[in-house]
Ligand binder design. Structure first.
Ligand SMILES: C[S@@+](CC[C@H](N)C(=O)[O-])C[C@H]1O[C@@H](n2cnc3c(N)ncnc32)[C@H](O)[C@@H]1O
Length: 222
């Protein structure tokens, strides 16, 4: 076996070996599928990576842009201390409902607030309410607005904030400056901003796995 099948097999091996079965996460994926949500959540190894990065950075307040059914939300919320708080933003009321149930079932209801609406509408409210700065920001919504989400992540940050942006490789299309795909254009704009924003030190890593060929960008605010 080669290619995607093998990448999936390796992901399953890592998940089995290093993560194991987890009722709340498994139930969340089953509930997402039952509700007809697309299977575009992070993989288990990616979820664990985000969890570990948040723990390593000592995050107490986290912001997630793009909730879906709350799979990554559960990973991230579990990285926060008891008094920690995660605000997650989701445009679809249907996705937010599924996520609410998944997060509550995982016993994280008190830690997680789900805000429904387009993130570019809810982010200014979060700022106006003085809910920042956040210690960890996970950007995983529509890719067209990625540059604007990065701008907001920096705006709602403090020195030391970690920013993780998912799905930045697009099966290699990210290098295509002539691409007309709105997702690719959005990701490239995000990278341009990441490169020129003096407060950010960043890198990006390509990945293969159960979700195909993609990757993430990782930045710290100074
Ligand atoms: C890739 S999924 C998120 C996956 C989730 N982070 C996980 O790994 O479990 C992207 C989500 O962003 C939501 N979304 C799309 N456009 C949005 C917007 N403008 N504002 C907020 N959420 C948006 C979609 O409805 C979808 O649920």
């Amino acid at each position: 076996m080669t290619g995607r099948g093998k990448w999936s097999e390796v992901d399953s091996y890592f998940a089995r070996t290093l993560i194991g079965s987890d009722a709340a996460l498994d139930d969340a994926l089953a509930a997402n599928s039952a509700a007809g949500l697309q299977s575009i959540d992070v993989s288990a190894p990616q979820g664990k990576l985000i969890h570990l990065l948040a723990r390593m950075s000592g995050a107490r307040k986290a912001l997630e842009i793009g909730t879906l059914g709350g799979y990554s939300t559960i990973w991230l919320a579990r990285a926060l201390p008891d008094e920690g708080r995660l605000i997650t933003l989701e445009v679809s009321a249907r996705h937010a409902d599924v996520a609410r149930r998944n997060v509550d079932r995982a016993g994280l209801g008190d830690k997680v607030e789900i805000r429904t609406g387009a993130a570019l509408t809810t982010l200014p409210k979060i700022e106006a309410e003085g809910l920042g700065p956040f210690d960890f920001v996970f950007v995983d919504a529509d890719k067209t607005n990625n540059a604007a989400y990065l701008e907001w992540a920096v705006r709602l940050s403090r020195p030391g904030t970690t920013i993780f942006v998912d799905n930045v490789v697009r099966e290699g299309e990210v290098t295509d400056a002539a691409s007309r795909s709105p997702d690719v254009v959005g990701v490239r704009r995000m990278f341009e901003l990441m490169a020129r924003e003096p407060r950010l030190s960043a890198t990006a890593i390509q990945t293969v796995g159960a979700k195909g060929w993609d990757g993430f960008a990782l930045a710290i605010v100074s």
